[in-house]
Design a protein around this ligand. Structure first.
Ligand SMILES: [Zn+2]
Length: 224
């Protein structure tokens, strides 16, 4: 895909990386790219008990090893509690990570998603792609998160994809990884059911004449 073979995926919540760009991550890891995973928040279904912490950590560990991410970063914010006041400290934390891994490509959540965590993480992380501070970043892509992106009200910043990545060889693996998030997968016809996730990949694929694809909005590309 790009120059230094290093990619950063910013996920407000664990599972956003899989819903938005799981097939793409698998494809580029398969091609030898170094892919890094940044998880911004924590959530414990049923409360923060030792048992629930262990369940969540096991899920994240299995997901991480299934992909073969080079490294995982966790910021540890509480899910659904990010506020605009968190943007500035988030920028500092994300800046440190970006400087450590020096990615050429960055995948971000779509800034107009319905979930405020996605909006705030987008705002903070996009600040960490400015060329004068991070000259090694040559491409910034927004991914769509089913049940967050299409649930947003229509706005001037609605998600309109203009980049499609063929994931035909990786869609089954993406779905298997999604299944590892036991508490997040919904029964059909829920938007986070495996059938809906695959249907979106089918629909995005149909736009480029491929069986399955993931769709993105290109926010910035620098051609040197
Ligand atoms: Zn999310």
């Amino acid at each position: 895909m790009d120059d230094n073979h290093s990619i950063l995926i910013v996920a407000p919540h664990p599972d956003d990386e899989t819903l938005g760009c799981g097939g793409t991550a698998l494809k580029y890891i398969h091609q030898g790219y170094k892919v890094y995973w940044l998880i911004c928040t924590e959530f414990y279904r049923g409360g923060k008990t030792n048992e629930n912490i262990a369940i969540r950590n096991n899920e994240i560990e299995s997901v991480s090893s299934k992909y073969g991410f080079i490294k995982r970063f966790e910021l540890g914010y509480t899910a659904a509690e990010l506020t605009p006041a968190d943007v500035s400290p988030l920028v500092k934390k994300i800046t440190a990570i970006v400087n450590e891994i020096k990615p050429s490509v960055v995948f971000l959540p779509n800034g107009s998603d319905i979930h405020t965590d996605h909006q705030i993480i987008f705002k903070a992380a996009f600040s960490c792609t400015k060329n004068f501070n991070f000259p090694f970043i040559t491409k910034v892509l927004l991914y769509e998160t089913i049940s967050e992106t299409e649930f947003a009200p229509v706005s001037d910043h609605s998600f309109i994809p203009n980049v499609y990545i063929n994931i035909s060889d990786f869609v089954e693996q993406k779905l298997q990884i999604m299944e590892l998030y036991k508490s997040e997968v919904m029964p059909p016809p829920g938007p986070r059911s495996l059938i809906a996730i695959k249907a979106l990949a089918t629909y995005r694929g149909s736009a480029i004449g491929k069986s399955y694809a993931e769709a993105f909005m290109l926010l910035k590309q620098i051609i040197n």
